[in-house]
Design a protein around this ligand. Structure first.
Ligand SMILES: Cc1ncc(COP(=O)(O)O)c(C=O)c1O
Length: 481
């Protein structure tokens, strides 16, 4: 590919041929580290990556650049499909989604206005309608794709804030926050994702607007504590504008009692937002779906497809029970969303915090249609079973202790007699030697290690090996000291 003219991907025979050749070269260049990552230190990586000029005066051949990139970057990347990559909610991507990413880039639809993405807009709307239906929402349900759970939570809480203002006759987009906003509170569990606080901070309500409700030992919001917190906040003259339930907490995978929280939200006249970034896909599993009972009653729900739907980043959605709620967000623009388009020409910019936006719905729809619900149910059930298997191994090991019995794909444990620093060393040593990408966290002040199973291809033997590796790393700490 020597000239810029030949560097554009085009949909004619010549263009497709060049694309096929370039794709073959890109795939052939890929290098995979032997384990979940290579053993390069941060300094070595910094020097290796920094050695390459970003924009030389004259370019090189694509295969040369791809090969160099593969040996410096891909060869030193984390490998989400490696069985020892178990730290984060970071899945291996399914093949239909990966190939769709290339066609999405080639067609490059922008989701802000119908005239840039007519069919893609319909696909996104179709997916959002399906998702709201899957949750059991009324026909008014819909949604919009976002870049991730953080963005979806921000959008959900933005809607809650604008709705709260509208109930006292304030158009917050026009007038800004009313003085009453100083007393607005958002309640979520003490295990809720930090993006809830981040959202209130960015919305001018401040982090202090979030009041956390204590959880039980499984990490599930304690309903008696919720009632006590509601009473206490109201007694202080503060207004609870939103209750946030978490369906799948980041560390323990705990699912709050959504139906009970929905009833509380109704009673106090608050917006009900559900963060189902982690467990949203349980809706596809006959065994796990009942855990989400009550989700249909939410005003807004976050779902991350780039977690347990096995999609590449970015892929998230904010689903709303009533599509008209998006009007709380709409800022008309002269060139994009004029409001005078013919019936049915929906400009999704009116529902989003973004303007230009990727066609992320494509890979999800293609994957769901290719694999079907049953396959998804099997994959999701399998990753949850893997964490139960790890828990059984940990429960048997004298060196380790479960923080709680897992209900989701993550299994959290510590090592009695070992300090937080010991756990840090175990996790860092395994990472730096490129042997395991292990999770490390803190649950209510207790330092812990964590396996997060996001790969249904992991075997029972892999799980046994992971537990054994952690134990031997703990033993080698004792030898070192
Ligand atoms: C419960 C929960 N909500 C939200 C998020 C944020 O998602 P993202 O990383 O896609 O922004 C996470 C991330 O792990 C999460 O676990």
């Amino acid at each position: 590919m020597s000239t810029w003219r030949e560097s554009f991907a085009e949909l004619d025979a010549h263009g497709i041929e060049r694309l096929e050749q370039a794709s073959a070269e890109a795939l052939a260049s890929l290098r995979r580290p032997a384990g979940p990552r290579s053993a390069l230190t941060p300094t070595q990586l910094h020097e290796l990556i920094g050695a390459n000029e970003i924009c030389p005066e004259k370019g090189s051949s694509l295969s040369e650049v791809l090969n160099e990139f593969a040996s410096s970057v891909w060869a030193n990347s984390v490998v989400p499909f490696d069985p020892s990559c178990v730290a984060h909610l970071h899945p291996p991507a399914l093949l239909p989604s990966v190939v769709t990413e290339m066609t999405v880039a080639l067609m490059n639809q922008s989701m802000d206005s119908w005239d840039q993405s007519p069919a893609a807009t319909e696909v996104e709307l179709h997916l959002m309608k399906w998702l709201s239906h899957l949750m059991g929402m009324p026909t008014s349900g819909s949604g919009v794709m976002t870049s991730g759970g953080t963005a979806s939570n921000l959008l959900g809480i933005t809607l809650a804030r604008s709705w709260a203002a509208s109930t006292i006759g304030v158009d917050v987009l026009q007038m800004g926050l009313p003085p009453e906003a100083k007393t607005w509170r958002v309640l979520c569990s003490d295990q809720a994702h930090f993006s809830v606080q981040r959202a209130t901070a960015q919305l001018g309500l401040g982090r202090d607007a979030v009041v956390t409700v204590p959880t039980d030992p499984r990490g599930v919001m304690d309903l008696a504590e919720l009632d006590a917190t509601i009473a206490q906040v109201q007694a202080q003259g503060q207004r609870i504008i939103a209750l946030v339930g978490t369906a799948g907490t980041t560390d323990l995978g705990a699912v709050d009692a959504l139906d009970a929280i929905a009833s509380r939200a109704e009673e106090i006249g608050a917006w009900f937002h559900v963060d189902a970034a982690v467990a949203g896909s349980y809706l596809l599993s006959g065994t796990l779906a009942p855990m989400l009972d009550g989700i249909a009653r939410a005003d807004s729900v976050t779902v991350d497809f780039h977690k347990l739907w096995f999609q590449p980043f970015n892929a998230s959605a904010l689903v709303v029970k009533d599509v008209d709620r998006f009007d709380l967000l709409r800022v008309k623009s002269k060139y994009l969303d004029r409001g005078d388009e013919v019936e049915g020409m929906i400009n999704l910019v009116g529902r989003s915090l973004d303007t230009s936006r990727r066609f992320d719905a494509a890979k999800i729809v293609i994957t769901l249609r290719t694999l079907g619900r049953e396959a998804f149910a099997e994959m999701i059930d399998r990753v949850v079973a893997l964490s139960a298997l790890a828990a059984r191994g940990i429960a048997k090991a004298d060196e380790l202790e479960l923080v709680t019995w897992p209900t989701g794909p993550m299994c959290v444990f510590d090592a009695p007699g070992h300090s937080a620093d010991d756990l840090r060393r175990v996790q860092q040593n395994l990472l730096l030697r490129g042997e395991m990408v292990l999770g490390r966290t803190e649950i209510k002040g207790r330092a812990a290690l964590k396996f997060t199973f996001m790969n249904p291809l992991v075997t029972d033997q892999d799980v046994e090996r992971l537990v054994t590796m952690v134990i031997s790393e703990l033993h080698s700490l004792s030898v070192e000291s």
